[in-house]
Design a protein around this ligand. Structure first.
Ligand SMILES: *[C@@H]1O[C@H](CO)[C@@H](O)[C@H](O)[C@H]1NC(C)=O
Ligand SMILES: *[C@@H]1O[C@H](CO)[C@@H](O)[C@H](O)[C@H]1NC(C)=O
Ligand SMILES: *[C@@H]1O[C@H](CO)[C@@H](O)[C@H](O)[C@H]1NC(C)=O
Ligand SMILES: *[C@@H]1O[C@H](CO)[C@@H](O)[C@H](O)[C@H]1NC(C)=O
Length: 403
């Protein structure tokens, strides 16, 4: 929700950047409220310190300009709320998980999971077998990804996996770093810094470019928008589908064949987009944060066809963090298990508890409020998405991009 700025059209973004007018935006919000209609944008309470307070430094300051803070002396009304356009935080599913109660609680005794190793027989030796099992179960039930014949690589969020993939895919003996491209508007790979490239173009602080270039690797370098990339050199293209920030289903955009593709399908879940068929790519990234809302667990996974590529990714994670928190994987495994069970009415769950059905309706409700608020003014517009048949929900469903 927070980066809904990203779903405005280019023209509107321009208007926005030229005259980011707080009073104008607030009028959209509050006039909605006063009329007794929907209370405008879904406004979330700000939690914790801002990114700048947390020492994110310049980058965060650059994004402060896109943050609309609202404050007032009254402490009970909506004026206390902040519309945070700087980054998303998927706390909207908290309510659901509260209702699941103790069924998602994980208890880890002090003596458990002490070793570095989760499974020495697996090429990904730090992958918890229970987590791997639940990933496969969930994909099979949702039908959003083929898992057969793939190596699962677990990562500390999909951002670590993105870097691991670049490391694995870049030729080690190239005379120049391989070009890394993605079609604009780009998606932020540091999932907790949802940023829109177009808004921050001046500061170059967006995450795909900055993650690609921050260490000035000799292996790969950021080469910009996939649509305008026309160099006759090897390249890696990041395909984010559905895309953040604009929510559209994406395919490769470079007007050439022979590129290496990395698919980021963080949002390919039924609450955000119709599940048309299981994805079947060479290297696909998923993350717990978008699927379940557990952003703080910092767990992502990659499905990798080529074992040699997977091994290089594993090597990267070994060099980088010597594996991935086993505690986090166990917690994530439990959450995924419950998601699958609620979808299948297994265990103690019944059909009223289906995570994906409930979160689909939650997203629908939030989009309805957003559209109602936006339609009250002329300053902004929202794209229309084409509904599609969702094989998981077994109905036509609306794309309703998250954050
Ligand atoms: C912002 O909006 C206020 C009230 O609507 C108006 O008085 C002011 O001129 C606007 N400023 C800009 C820069 O558009
Ligand atoms: C942003 O990136 C572009 C292209 O890489 C570069 O030409 C420009 O100088 C950069 N701007 C800043 C402020 O770093
Ligand atoms: C793609 O490339 C071909 C030739 O390389 C060119 O003729 C064509 O116009 C390009 N298409 C787009 C959409 O840029
Ligand atoms: C989920 O379903 C499986 C298979 O029926 C069952 O063994 C397991 O205990 C269930 N887990 C939970 C948390 O309900």
């Amino acid at each position: 929700m927070a980066s809904f700025l990203g779903i405005f059209t280019k023209r509107n973004l321009l208007v926005l950047s030229l005259a980011l007018n707080l009073s104008l935006v607030l009028r959209v919000v509050y006039e909605g409220g006063k009329d007794g209609g929907p209370h405008g944008f879904s406004v979330e309470e700000q939690r914790g310190p801002s990114m700048a307070d947390m020492g994110f430094g310049k980058e965060a300051q650059a994004t402060q300009r896109t943050r609309l803070s609202v404050s007032s002396s009254s402490d009970q009304d909506v004026m206390e709320k902040v519309i945070n356009l700087d980054h998303g935080d998927p706390t909207m599913y908290e309510n659901y998980w509260q209702q699941m109660g103790g069924r998602t609680t994980v208890v880890i005794p002090g003596w458990q999971s002490m070793s570095y190793f989760s499974d020495v027989k697996n090429p990904c030796w730090f992958l918890e077998p229970e987590f791997a099992k639940q990933v496969v179960r969930l994909h099979n039930v949702v039908g959003n990804a083929a898992t057969d014949g793939r190596q699962i690589v677990v990562g500390t969020g999909s951002s670590q996996l993105f870097l691991a993939a670049l490391y694995a895919l870049a030729p080690k003996d190239g005379s120049e770093p391989i070009s890394v491209v993605s079609a604009a508007p780009y998606y932020s790979v540091t999932k907790n810094l949802f940023t829109c490239w177009q808004i921050k173009a001046k500061s170059n602080a967006s995450s795909y470019p900055s993650m690609t270039d921050c260490l000035k690797s000799g292996l790969y370098k950021w080469a910009g928008d996939a649509r305008s990339f026309n160099k006759e050199v090897p390249y890696i293209e990041l395909v984010t589908s559905p895309n953040n920030p604009d929510g559209f289903v994406r395919h490769s955009m470079v007007n050439r064949t022979g590129g290496i593709l990395v698919h980021d399908l963080a949002y390919y879940w039924p609450q955000y987009t119709p599940i048309s068929s299981p994805s079947d790519h060479d290297l696909t990234l998923f993350t717990v944060s978008k699927a379940t809302g557990h952003a703080g667990t910092r767990i992502g996974w990659a499905l990798v066809k080529d074992l040699e590529v997977a091994k290089k990714m594993i090597k990267f994670i070994e060099l980088n963090t010597i594996g991935v928190s086993r505690d986090s994987q166990l917690r994530a495994a439990k959450i995924l298990e419950v998601m699958t069970n609620t979808s299948e009415n297994l265990g103690s769950f019944d059909s009223h508890e289906s995570f994906f059905k409930i979160s689909y309706h939650l997203m629908a409700e939030r989009w309805q409020l957003l559209r109602a608020a936006v339609n009250r003014g002329r300053a902004f517009s929202l794209p229309d998405f084409t509904p599609g048949f969702c094989h998981f929900l077994n109905q036509d469903s609306q794309p309703q991009p998250g954050k």
